[in-house]
Design a binder for this molecule. Structure first.
Ligand code: FMN
Length: 296
């Protein structure tokens, strides 16, 4: 079994590097003497040169390999060797650094990897110097993981600015260690109904309001309703009840999130591939509009 810490930061011995190494140490300590033989690997995003997607769409419409001679396939090949993945990244301007966004934008190349990776566990940690300057960090990290097929079993934000400062906070280190223990004993299971302050799939705390008391996670399209009082509701996925304050997510919506195999397949087949014929039908009208608006 292979455990990878993927480090997004370019800073050697920075905060991400420290947590990435800690995760490997923990995984090796937990794996020793266990049911499976685990090996650990530190991977640095900076070692992969990722060029910008040019939007030519030959990869989907012609089923051709990407013509850019960069390291995107090398990166995805590496990630696909991970039976469990730890992704750790600094926060840059509320979200992820540009090098990770370049990799996220290679989403159209992912079908080749998705089925192999689907259901494998991952943990992500975002690091930043400030509170309230990080709201796009976890959704973006987890969008990358979910898009590749991983199940995000834990994800959290840690404060730390100068290199190594992140190690001064005991609570997140404990949470990371516990997460690594869980990841190594992970068994795929469906989501259960729950009340949570964040989206249980991608850990986003940003929600779209879609009705009086109804909200939706923009990353996963799971719907929920706000519960401001202790109000137990039937858990339809399992027997028992869930209660508490936060957003109530029924099991049905959680298990039908944007990144499930069925919805991913639907997105590629019934949306992306169909844009080609629709565009062909519209060409004459587009030309007319270009002439009319002086854009030829
Ligand atoms: C360009 C840049 C933008 C940053 N933006 C944010 C930010 O929006 N929010 C935040 O909390 N920290 C921000 N930081 C601070 C880093 O996230 C922080 O120093 C982190 O610990 C760096 O991690 P590293 O040591 O793994 O590189 C920024 C740092 C840089 C260099």
């Amino acid at each position: 079994m292979h455990f990878i810490s993927l480090i997004v930061s370019k800073r050697t011995k920075g905060n991400s590097d420290m947590l990435g190494r800690l995760a490997i140490n923990e995984a090796m300590a937990n794996g020793a003497g266990g049911q499976h033989h685990w090996q650990g690997e530190l991977a640095y995003l900076k070692d992969y040169r990722i060029e910008e997607c040019e939007g030519c769409l030959r990869c989907v419409f012609k089923n051709e390999p990407c013509h850019l001679s960069d390291d995107t396939y090398k990166l995805f090949d590496k990630i696909a060797t991970a039976d469990a993945l730890f992704l750790v990244s600094p926060t840059y301007v509320l979200g992820v650094p540009g090098n990770l966004k370049l990799a996220i934008d290679k989403y159209l190349l992912i079908p080749k990897y998705y089925n192999k990776i689907y259901g494998r566990p991952a943990i992500s940690v975002g690091i930043g110097g400030l509170a309230n300057w990080n709201h796009f960090e976890l959704p973006m990290l987890n969008l990358f993981l979910l898009g590749l097929g991983f199940r995000v079993i834990d994800s959290f934000y840690v404060r730390g600015a100068g290199p190594g400062e992140v190690l001064l906070n005991a609570e997140p280190i404990l949470r990371l260690k516990k997460g690594i223990q869980n990841i190594m004993n992970w068994q795929v299971k469906p989501f259960e109904a729950q009340i949570s302050a964040h989206c249980p799939v991608c850990f986003s705390t940003i929600f779209e309001r879609i009705g009086d008391n109804r909200y939706r996670c923009p990353v996963c399209i799971v719907e929920c309703e706000a519960r401001d009082v202790e109000n137990p509701v039937e858990n339809s996925a399992a027997s028992g009840k869930v209660s508490g304050k936060g957003f109530y997510f029924p099991a049905e919506t959680l298990n039908n999130h944007r990144w499930t195999p069925k919805n991913v397949e639907d997105h590629f087949t019934n949306w992306i591939l169909k844009t080609k014929d629709r565009f062909k039908k519209n060409i004459t009208e587009i030309q007319k509009q270009k002439r009319k608006l002086g854009l030829e």
